[in-house]
Structure formats: C-alpha cells, structure tokens
Design a protein around this ligand. Structure first.
Ligand SMILES: *Cc1c(COP(=O)(O)O)cnc(C)c1O
Length: 424
C-alpha cells in the first residue's frame, strides 16, 4: 500500500477516499487526523490473504493507534489485540471487543494490571522476565484462576531497523534471554496457577526484510523442540509484529508473502498443526491515515525557508523522536517553481519539525497532508506547550465520522490544583 493510495488527488485536490480534504479542514479544523476505512480494511485483508485455511489469529498491536473506532472495526473483522497496559485492555472492552482475544505484552506489568487481565480472562500473558512470571503466579493463585503464559524470548537477531525500534537484540530490555528460556519454561510448568500456553517473540518494528523473521522463527522453533523433549507442549506460537510500511521508497514484503514463508518454515519443521498468532501494528494502520495541517506562516531566512504549520511535534512525534521521514504533500498542489522548505510546528523546540528540505510551492493558508500518519502518530501525541490534541475523523466512501473530538484547553488543566496562600 502506498501512502496516497486511499488519499487520491482528483481534479487537483487531495481526497480521503471520496471526500475532499479541504472540506474536512473547514468542518473540523486543523490539525486533523484523517483515516480511510477502506485502507484499514485493505490492510487487514492483506493479512487474511496469507491466512486462508490456517489456524491463526491476528492480534492488532493497538498501541500504534488505539482509537476506539479503529479497535471496533478490527474487532468486527475478527481481530484479537496485542495490549501493553491495563488501560489498553479497558479500551478493548470500551470498544465492545473481546478481551478473551487479547494477548498482554510489555516488560512492566503491575499486579493491578495482571489482576485486571485475569478478571477479563485474556488469552495469554507474554511474559518478559522471571520476576514477572512469579508475580503472575502469585496474583493468579490469590484469585484462584489459571493464567495462560508464553515466554517472550529474545532470539538475538538483528532486525536491521532503527535502534529505537529494534527489540530482539541482547542489549534490548525486551524478552527473556534465549539461553535461559528453557529453564524458565521448566520453572513456569511447575508453578501453581500457571498454564504454559505458547512461545512469543517480537524482534522490532518497520522491518523491510523477511530474513530476520525467518532467523528468529528458527531459533524459536529450536526452543519448541527442546521444550517438547522436556514434555512441555505448546498451544500456540506468537511471532509478534513489526512488518514495515512504505513511507518513501521502502519496499517491505507483502503481508501474505511474509506469512507464506513463515508457514512454509513452520511446516517444514513439523509444527504445521500449531496455532500461530501475529501482532501487527504499523502495517495495519500506517498508510491508512494522514495528518492534515495548515500553513500559518512562510518565513525566509538567509539560507533557510520555513513553512510554519499548525501541527507540531506534540501531534506527530516521530520526526523528532526517530528522525523519521513522512511524505508531505500539498492538498491543492500549485503550479510554478517550488521552494525548498523545512516544515516546522509552533512548539518551542528546535526538534519541532515534521519534514526537512521539501520542495513545495506554498502560500500562507495552504493545507498540507503529512502522509503515513495512521500509526505511532496520534497515539504518541501529547499536550506539550498546552496544545490540545487534534481531532480524528474516519472516512468511509463519502461518509465522514468524527471519531475523536478536538480537546478543549480548559480540560488540559482541569485536574490541576492550586494550594492556597502559595506565596504567603
Ligand atoms: C509494538 C509491538 C508490536 C507491533 O509492532 P509493529 O511494528 O507496529 O507491527 C507487536 N508486538 C509487541 C510486543 C510490540 O511491542
């Protein structure tokens, strides 16, 4: 899926499906996140294409975009969820989706979160350390419930992605060290109220090659072999998420191709009957969204031109955080000679930029669309500089749904309290 596949330019105006983006800007204001439902469904179907007649479950990694409407859509399509906090579990429930299809990942699950997850009977805990395993056993014992667990093993393979989104190397905080996984499984099998259900790995994000997946899979299956020898039989294999998307010129494999190769390897090693879980995030939503923003000012310095727009690093943090590149297109492209601009926001940080050295022909008041803004975008937004978070809309053909209202400034300080006589 390309960044503009579901955001076509028709008669010189960029649309979301069949709705002109200027109409959405006029109706809801900017900055505005705009999602295409058809793009979400298409991304979902790309996975399903690789899962025909397979015993598999896609668990949408909802941290990438946890808007309730998006959860509901994926839930209705049959998705499970990969959650990383108690808050995310409550979102699954609030969206009317099934918590029994949720797997609980993350290195720091609190006792309270574990209790919540057991109350709602989540499918599995992806356990990341021995101390966490012991805590889950304690909480489950106190509740007289059985907790299904997988160990998230760290296969020590290089996902060949940005260091901040690489998770499967020894130096990363994630997962159980490969060498100690077997012992920890034996321990798990002996603990009260723990049911060993599966094995899990997730090696990183924005992966554009199949090779690291296969390397990790082989190491995971070596462990499955070893576990079988010790009489520990698993119910499922969880291969995590991480499939990349096209931001610029990347050419990630199609989901169906990746799945075909993974299943071929699983079968060749004799585990064709094992259920397989996947936890994709970015590849289900990344190119289903754009961030719509307005040019407030153009500023021409001696050797730099700036387009100062009304979206900022608090709305879209990826450029500041990862040096990430997003396509930025004019909503109504102008003819004429373009100027090279840095596209920056109003926040008081030099790191507040959305794109650098972009050739655009612009005038004050123009609308820009920051592309590939469906994942790790709104979900990572903040209120820095007391900026209200953007509204979100979902477009379906020519129908438009407001799926999150723009925040109001007074709500941002509503929880703050000023003690009396502070200076007295
Ligand atoms: C973030 C995350 C994912 C999703 O990663 P994507 O790159 O967005 O597909 C899956 N599993 C776990 C455990 C994660 O932390």
């Amino acid at each position: 899926m390309t960044p503009t596949q579901f955001f076509p330019t028709l008669n010189g105006v960029m649309h979301a499906e069949r709705v002109p983006l200027p109409q959405l800007a006029a109706q809801f204001g900017t900055p505005l996140y705009v999602y295409s439902k058809a793009a979400l469904v298409a991304a979902w179907e790309n996975y399903q294409g690789g899962l025909v007649n397979r015993n598999a479950l896609v668990c949408y990694a909802m941290k990438t975009n946890s808007n309730l409407a998006i959860l509901r859509l994926f839930g209705e399509l049959g998705s499970g969820f990969d959650i990383v906090s108690g808050g995310e579990l409550l979102r699954v429930i609030a969206a009317g989706c099934d918590p029994k299809k949720a797997v609980f990942s993350g290195v720091g699950k609190s006792a309270e979160e574990i209790r919540l997850a057991l109350t709602h009977d989540v499918l599995c805990f992806n356990v990341e350390s021995e101390s966490e395993l012991l805590r889950i056993s304690e909480v489950a014992t106190a509740m007289n419930k059985s907790a299904r667990v997988s160990l998230r093993v760290n296969p020590n393979v290089d996902a060949k992605t940005h260091p901040y989104i690489s998770t499967g190397l020894k130096e990363n905080k994630f997962g159980v060290e490969y060498e100690s996984a077997l012992d920890l499984y034996k321990r798990a099998a002996s603990l009260p109220h723990i049911e060993v259900a599966g094995i899990d790995c997730h090696i990183g994000s924005q992966l554009t090659e199949i090779r690291p997946y296969l390397d990790a899979l082989d190491k995971v299956l070596d462990l499955v072999d070893a576990l079988a020898k010790h009489g520990i039989k698993l119910h499922h294999l969880d291969l995590g998420g991480g499939l990349g998307i096209r931001y610029d010129k990347e050419e990630p494999p199609a989901a169906a191709d990746l799945l075909a190769q993974l299943f071929a390897r699983i079968e060749s090693r004799g585990y064709g009957a094992l259920k397989v879980l996947f936890e994709p995030g970015r590849s289900l939503v990344g190119n289903a969204g754009v961030l719509l923003t307005k040019v407030e000012y153009l500023k021409h310095n001696a050797d730099k031109n700036f387009a100062i727009v009304d979206a900022a690093m608090n709305d879209l943090m990826r450029p500041a955080l990862y040096d990430a590149w997003h396509g930025i297109d004019a909503v109504r492209p102008r003819s004429g000679v373009p100027t090279t601009y840095d596209i920056v926001g109003p926040v008081c940080e030099s790191g507040d930029w959305l794109g650098k050295n972009r050739a655009l022909k612009l005038e004050q008041g123009d609308l820009l669309a920051v592309l590939s803004a469906g994942s790790y975008a709104m979900a990572m937004s903040s209120n820095y500089n007391t900026r209200t978070r953007a509204a979100e809309v979902m477009v379906d053909g020519d129908a438009v749904y407001l799926v999150r209202e723009r925040e109001r400034v007074q709500d941002l300080f509503a929880l703050e309290r000023v003690p009396q006589n502070l200076a007295g």
